[in-house]
Design a protein around this ligand. Structure first.
Ligand code: HEC
Ligand code: HEC
Ligand code: HEC
Length: 117
């Protein structure tokens, strides 16, 4: 009985660990501390928009593909950094074009990223 319980706990935590932090297409990453609402990053939406893995995983915007595997949990991001063109703000700045379309900026479009529960 006790061993079964422990095994269950181990299996459940493994499932959580392997699903929580993967963001390739089909996966999402939730930034819990949005203050005005959490932010859900959707790997599929980005792939469908024509964003390549290396557009983000280039060691500048986000860790390289190799390094990304070692990262645990979502990075801590601030609007100050995003508005200064870092991380998500490297594209979400109202000037960067991907697939011939200008990516929406952070200013004035809060609700595109921040979801209220
Ligand atoms: C629009 C930006 C963006 C794109 C495009 C993107 N990722 Fe990510 N990815 C992230 C962010 C943000 C994280 C979380 C922070 C980190 O690990 O650097 C992440 C994390 C990861 C991780 C580490 C999570 C884990 O399970 O350890 C892997 C692996 C990964 N991405 C694979 C991919 C692959 C494969 C593609 C292309 C098919 C891709 N990503 C495309 C932004 C992106
Ligand atoms: C390499 C460029 C790039 C980076 C970096 C990037 N995005 Fe995006 N994102 C896009 C593109 C392109 C689209 C789809 C086109 C559009 O909606 O303007 C998109 C769409 C989205 C959408 C969908 C909005 C909707 O209407 O459904 C959200 C939410 C989003 N991004 C959040 C983020 C967050 C959060 C980050 C950082 C963790 C991030 N993005 C980083 C390029 C990027
Ligand atoms: C491209 C997506 C995106 C857009 C658009 C966006 N945010 Fe954010 N915001 C984020 C992410 C990602 C975080 C980090 C959350 C975390 O670390 O848990 C964040 C964090 C925050 C935080 C808490 C951290 C801090 O910097 O104070 C506030 C407040 C915030 N956003 C306000 C806003 C407001 C107001 C707008 C509109 C003017 C906005 N955001 C638009 C993605 C976005």
């Amino acid at each position: 009985m006790k061993a079964t319980t422990i095994a269950l706990v181990v299996i459940i935590s493994l499932v959580f660990v392997s699903t929580a932090f993967s963001v390739p297409p089909g996966k999402t990453l939730t930034f819990p501390d949005g203050k005005i609402g959490k932010v859900v990053f959707d790997g599929k939406k980005h792939k469908d928009a024509g964003v390549k893995c290396k557009d983000c995983h280039n060691g500048t915007i986000f860790p390289s593909m190799k390094d990304a595997k070692a990262v645990v949990g979502p990075p801590v991001l601030t609007m100050k950094d995003l508005n200064a063109g870092k991380y998500c703000g490297a594209c979400h700045n109202g000037t960067t074009e991907i697939n011939g379309k200008v990516v929406f900026k952070t200013k004035g479009t809060c609700k595109k990223c921040h979801i209220k529960e």
